[in-house]
Design a binder for this molecule. Structure first.
Ligand code: SF4
Length: 102
């Protein structure tokens, strides 16, 4: 049994002032460069995009542009993930199907 441990959550005092943040430390923001970056154009309409006095920031990620670099952000609430419409076709079964049609 572990006793005497408590989780200490730090509250941001820089860009997202007042919100809990995993990057906040006693010595300040521990994220790369010491502050979060604002949301990008693709984040427009996302519910995780929150307005702060310093600008609009993502409530989940410190650098939203990284989430959109290769594909759509997987946490976006306004964009649906692309699903593969193509089905895998078994060539043997497809051949049998075609032979039945003849
Ligand atoms: S969750 Fe993704 S889309 Fe939404 S604000 Fe954050 S980075 Fe942008």
């Amino acid at each position: 049994m572990i006793t005497g441990l408590e989780v200490i959550t730090m509250v941001c005092s820089t860009m997202k002032a007042g919100s809990e943040c995993a990057f906040m430390t006693k010595t300040g923001c521990g994220y790369n460069g010491g502050s979060c970056l604002t949301v990008v154009e693709q984040c427009e309409g996302c519910q995780r995009s929150v307005e702060f006095p310093a600008g609009k920031f993502c409530s989940s990620f410190p650098n939203p542009s990284i989430k959109w670099r290769t594909s759509a952000c997987n946490f976006a609430t306004h964009a649906k993930m692309e699903t593969k419409a193509e089905q895998k076709v078994n060539p043997l079964k497809a051949s049998k199907r075609n032979n039945k049609k003849k």
